[in-house]
Design a protein around this ligand. Structure first.
Ligand SMILES: [Fe+2]
Ligand SMILES: [Fe+2]
Length: 175
């Protein structure tokens, strides 16, 4: 089942600090941009924000200071560079390098992102790009982005397996 990225599913903590992003025209456009498998850019961004929130809660329990607001806002913004046609239509090898830069520009111009959020967005593709994030929230985004991608890949693979099993079972019944 496709991830339903409506506001109803979003954690209160994310809505509190990122509601303006989720309600924005740019984010609405992101709902129509395909990303991983059947996830769109908005659904992936919301998923990454949920993962970032989970990581923040774990780190806080361990008494590790986190910039939770920065981590959540950077997660919601990190792939919005994909909403620009010239980025989206470019080859994947190019896109991997250009969408963080375009995302950082959009985050600055349209959402007033601060230096910590910009740094996290610029380096979220690490190890691609080779430059490491310079703040804790940047590392949280790196981990949250990968967690979200793995979850999306896993749910896609599970659906494919279920469909294959169904068709095998049906074929056996038909013979
Ligand atoms: Fe990305
Ligand atoms: Fe991402």
């Amino acid at each position: 089942m496709k991830h339903d990225n409506t506001n109803n599913e979003v954690s209160e903590d994310i809505l509190d600090v990122g509601g303006d992003i989720i309600d924005s025209e740019r984010f609405e456009k992101a709902r129509s941009i395909p990303h991983h498998f059947d996830y769109d850019v908005a659904a992936h961004s919301l998923d990454a924000a949920e993962c970032a929130l989970l990581i923040c809660r774990i780190l806080k329990r361990l008494n590790i200071p986190v910039e939770q607001e920065d981590a959540i806002r950077a997660s919601l913004l990190h792939d919005l560079g994909m909403t620009e046609d010239e980025v989206f239509l470019s080859p994947p090898s190019e896109k991997a390098y250009t969408h963080p830069e375009e995302g950082a520009r959009i985050a600055t111009e349209e959402y007033g992102a601060n230096e910590v959020q910009i740094d996290a967005i610029l380096h979220h593709m690490w190890p691609i790009g080779h430059i490491i994030p310079h703040h804790t929230s940047g590392w949280i985004l790196v981990a949250a982005d990968k967690m979200s991608s793995i979850r999306e890949t896993g749910s896609y693979a599970a659906r494919q397996i279920a469909q294959t099993m169904q068709s095998v079972t049906k074929r056996r019944k038909d013979t």
